[in-house]
Design a protein around this ligand. Sequence first.
Ligand SMILES: [Zn+2]
Length: 321
Amino acid sequence: MRKKKINKPFLYTLIALAIMFVFVGGFYISRSFIETTVWSNESTEDNPAQGRISMDITDGNSGSEEIISEKNPDQESNSEEAFADGTGEEGDNPVGTSENQEGNATGSAGQTDNTEGQSSSGHEDWPDPVPDKDYSAIEHPVVMLDPGHGGIDNGCVSGDVLEKDVNYDITLKLKNLLVNRGYEVVLTRTEDVKVFLEERVQASFDCNADIFVSIHQNLYDGAEAESVNGIESYYNSYNSPKGSKRLANLIHSKVVANTEARDRGVQEVNDLVVVIKTTCPSILIETGFLSNTAERNRLLSEDYQEKIASGIADAIDEFFR
Ligand SMILES: [Zn+2]
């Protein structure tokens, strides 16, 4: 009896010590876990290559959807629809847009009512917008060209034609024209590699781009695919408002005139990362539909690609004039 009375407090002390041990140990284990997590995040920022690999593994869709719904809480449904086509990246929301436009049976600039309304709201958490410059006063303009998609991201696909390749071919022709005309030209990719949308935007900051031109192809995934064709252009006027709109209208109209393609209009949008997050005047042009046999064949020809490229180059000349 006595011995037991003496031993009981001893046992309690042991149990208390064990509990303390578990708590203190748990605290240090969780601390080291947090530190490891932070460290690896930092290391991916320091090393973009590492970041790319991990993003490829964890997020085949490049994460642009998250960025967009974060930036535009008011138009989630619009964004989701635009990105529901599974092309793997931002860019061209081919199905959503096309179906939408066909459904509205207008298919051109007249229908901006909807997007105008949306663009006036949802900017509360955006940084202060960058105002327009005097673009004609820029002595040596830096033009950033953005061939859409690349690497594992093919963009839209029609048979064995991959959007990323058409985008790149047109971009190279445009680059040559612009370099010959004295522009400094920077490309967001110079080979067939995947470049994330945020990296493309960052590249425009890194080279102090004066304008940003993103080149894409469209796709219509429906029974009327052979009757849907033409050129669509997108911009956003949050940053460089007058320049963005003017650049989009100039490029769009010159390319339509040069190619004699169907004019599907210029639209202001709030859901394309490369036009909303770049601060210089920027445009995303869909130069045609790969789903339309006749237009696809034109888009693959050197002549037609030259017409598109020279239309864009002439518009850029006029923009800086
Ligand atoms: Zn695209």
